[in-house]
Design a protein around this ligand. Structure first.
Ligand code: CDP
Length: 780
């Protein structure tokens, strides 16, 4: 047995998939070339709100190589005019009929022999628009002066109201509080912007079976959704998600382009490819956030919090295309009490349509957890400022205590485990907090602006227990299949789909640990609905909490089966055989043992009388609860008052995601997520002007950080296992995106606090910081 065969868990094994990616041999949707395949291009509306008077396809159809042009009317005639959105509150037009409702909305699709011909022809589709007054903010929309959606029976732009908690008790506690703070904090509309945009290839074979290669984070849900929308029987659909260049929630929804490509392949009887441009990705596919949150916290003079109230206005754009679980219109926003023991809390949210792109996807977050985390972590810092307390002391005073788990929050979640103070203390030591505060005092005395920002966030990930969580009615379980070959190697399959998270490595490690096998020789397969077991996919950091558990338990099922064969080989009763030190041995006689590899061979050659041959198992796992990862993030910044430039001098992330499967992969996840969090805090926004124009439709305006501007990340961890997860693991992929924006903003506000600046909304661009400094100096 080699060393890698033992203790696969917790090892910093190199990613098995990386040789493929690092040598440019990944297999992405756009790499697929099928003889005779057509290209599809989409015609987009230049107007955010306009009536479509007519569409003339003539000039487009005359372009050499063009085979067809379809419009919304064509789709309506085929009963394919609308798509259901995943969380079931709304539907979305595939191609606009009657009215366009956001700038860049899909209006027609062109099919041609080349991408160039399709794009040229798309420009020649003549659409006669009658422009209408656009609505760019939910605050205008809520007046209901203009009703945007003609298709809905209810004549209002209001989509839904959601609330949770104890309203009367919270109001009473706030009225009695010694101190209250209230601030409107905005989580700006941003975009996951994966480096590979969305795309698909649709092909029907001679038997009428559809194979659909697509950039999907949830291939099985796509298969079911395609069947429900098109009426194609589900067995006649194969969805394949090959390698994916980042998803971050952007590749969860089904987009109009996918429906058009399938329709094109069906009517033209030839494969169709559609690959988005960058602008299409940024302007039409699922945006994230756009939450305006009024945060109120009440506290006693000594800093003990007594109540939390958060009232949110959400901008969902033209269609509510969030992919939240159906029972959670505002996702997991109820985690807004964070790491703190609020005796009472109340949160309510109203969502509105506007003339902006649809979405509301969970951008690297477990459904609105980033918004919630940002609200509470900003709120706690504002309270610390009001009380003139160190933000560390205020947090320590109010943490849910280690002994209090499982802890029921005022908004109804039962947190599984945590050690908030232990993680914070570890972070304070690692970063040298006391010295930093001393340095800050010295700098302040010299008039220099240095800030230290803390965020001690709690997440809720692992959707989810089937009694509460479903998408389109499909329960949010996940699945695993483990198949061991005679020579002790094997195939591991799961219902998840990696988009860069390293599942080919960590899934092998989980199974290897359970079976005492070499993870290098366990091939992991995901993403092909013909072979993978049905699962709900990868987003919201659910893979490790749900599929990770399914993998461990499926491997244990294999072990149970193997034990019977081992008993036969050891000539012992099954009850006398135990699994210890990665092998089967006879209890009390450890020298008599067999390895899993030996048992695997026997399972196919000599299983023993009455034992079923072969060695495989599958398992569907319905988690009993979510997992609640947490962490302490600390940012140290210097602000140049003259230019508004913020330099992030240091950033430390101490995460607690329970048992760690692969520390190198976890560190990679944290580095990537912090880089995205940094971008959200300082540079990324999809703003719309008053005329409804999308002001960041490309990477010239929507900035993606490179190694040049990204800070150097320092990391650490504590380990508080989840008590209900078979291996104690919680998710981690999203923690850095969830926890870091507040740390950055808190640091900048801490730096500006001597000037009396309390809050600036993200992104903290140079201009905004400079302006805030100017205003404060002018006011002084
Ligand atoms: O659902 P998604 O894969 O995006 O997120 P995740 O479950 O947090 O996992 C991201 C990556 O980190 C996977 O490769 C996990 O196996 C790995 N991970 C780990 O090694 N240890 C943990 N406790 C959590 C995640």
């Amino acid at each position: 047995m080699t060393t890698t065969e033992k203790h696969a868990m917790g090892k910093g094994m190199k990613r098995k998939e990386d040789p493929r990616f690092l040598t440019g041999q990944g297999n992405y949707v756009d790499d697929l070339v099928i003889p005779g395949m057509l290209s599809m291009a989409i015609v987009h509306s230049p107007y955010p709100h306009a009536r479509i008077k007519s569409i003339d396809k003539t000039a487009a159809l005359a372009v050499p190589g063009v085979k067809a042009v379809i419009t919304g009317e064509d789709l309506v005639a085929a009963s394919l005019g609308w798509l259901p959105t995943f969380h079931g509150f709304d539907k979305q037009m595939v191609l606009a009929v009657g009215k366009v409702l956001f700038q860049h909305q899909e209006v027609a699709a062109v099919f041609a022999e080349s991408r160039e011909a399709a794009m040229d022809a798309a420009e020649l589709v003549e659409v006669d628009y009658e422009p209408l007054e656009p609505i760019s903010t939910p605050f205008d929309s809520m007046k209901d002066e203009v009703i945007l959606r003609d298709d809905r029976e209810t004549k209002t732009n209001h989509i839904y109201h959601w609330e949770s908690g104890q309203q009367d008790e919270t109001e009473a506690a706030l009225a009695e509080a010694d101190v209250t703070i209230t601030e409107r904090v905005y989580a700006p509309r941003c975009h996951p912007a994966p480096l590979e945009p969305c795309g698909c290839v649709a092909q029907f074979d001679a038997m009428g079976r559809l194979t659909f290669w697509v950039t999907s984070q949830a291939p099985h849900v796509y298969r079911t959704a395609i069947s429900l929308v098109t009426g194609i029987p589900e067995d006649k659909i194969r969805v394949v998600a090959p390698d994916i260049g980042g998803g971050f929630g952007n590749k969860v929804p089904v987009y109009p382009g996918y429906v058009c490509a399938i329709v094109g392949a069906l009517i033209l009887k030839t494969p169709v490819k559609w690959i988005e441009t960058r602008t299409e990705n940024l302007t039409t596919t699922g945006f994230a956030r756009d939450y305006h949150m009024d945060v109120t916290i009440g506290a006693k003079k000594d800093g003990t919090v007594t109540a939390l109230k958060v009232k949110t206005v959400a901008d969902h754009g033209a269609f509510d295309a969030a992919a939240d679980p159906t029972q959670y219109p505002a996702g997991m926003f109820g985690i807004v009490t964070g790491s703190y023991d609020f005796p009472v809390a109340f949160t309510e949210l109203d969502a509105y349509f506007t003339n902006k792109a649809p979405g509301g996807v969970a951008y690297r977050c477990s459904f609105r957890v980033t918004e919630a985390s940002y609200a509470i972590e900003r709120g706690m810092d504002l309270l610390a400022g009001e009380l003139k307390m160190d933000p560390v002391d205020l947090r320590k005073k109010n943490f849910v205590q280690k002994e209090a788990f499982p802890y029921k929050s005022a908004l109804g979640f039962t947190y599984d485990s945590g050690d908030y103070e232990g993680t914070l203390d570890h972070a304070l030591t690692l970063i040298g907090y006391d010295e930093l505060r001393k340095e800050q005092a010295e700098k302040r005395a010299r008039g220099e602006l240095m800030g230290i920002g803390i965020s001690t966030f709690t997440e809720v990930v692992g959707a989810g227990p089937s009694k509460h969580f479903d998408i389109l009615g499909i329960k949010m379980f996940d699945s695993a299949e483990v198949r061991i070959h005679p020579t002790g190697t094997g195939i591991v399959r799961a219902g998840t789909k990696s988009q860069g998270q390293g599942h080919e490595t960590t899934w092998a490690q989980i199974v290897a640990e359970e079976l005492g096998l070499d993870p290098e020789n366990l091939l992991v397969e995901e993403g092909d609905t013909d072979t993978a077991p049905y699962g709900l996919g990868t987003y919201a950091s659910r893979s490790t909490p749900v599929a990770g558990a399914a993998l461990a338990l499926a491997a244990r099922r294999v072990r149970e089966k193997a034990k019977k064969v081992a008993a036969h080989l050891l000539e012992a009763a099954e009850d006398d055989v135990e699994w210890k030190d990665y092998k089967f041995s006879i209890m009390g006689a450890p020298e008599k043992s067999v390895t899993m590899k030996e048992v695997a061979f026997a399972a196919y050659t000599n299983p023993g009388e009455g034992n079923e041959p072969g060695l495989e198992a599958s398992l569907y796992y319905d988690p009993p609860n979510m997992t609640f990862p947490h962490g302490t993030y600390i940012a140290v910044v210097d602000v140049d008052a003259e230019t508004g430039e913020v330099k992030v001098r240091r950033f430390l992330a101490v995460d607690d995601c329970g048992t760690i499967i692969n520390p190198v992969i976890v560190q990679g996840q944290v580095h990537g997520g912090l880089t995205e969090g940094f971008a959200i805090a300082f540079m990324q926004e999809i703003p719309y002007d008053a005329q409804g124009n999308n002001m960041a439709p490309n990477f010239m305006e929507y900035l993606v950080p490179t190694a040049v501007e990204s800070p150097v990340w320092e990391t650490g961890h504590t380990v508080t296992p989840s008590p209900h997860h078979p291996i104690g693991a919680k998710g981690v992929g999203e923690s850095p995106n969830v926890g870091s924006p507040a740390a950055f903003v808190n640091a900048v506000m801490d730096a500006l606090s001597p000037l009396g600046v309390k809050h600036i909304d993200m992104p903290l661009t140079r201009e905004k910081v400079w302006q805030a400094v100017r205003d404060a100096q002018g006011a002084a």
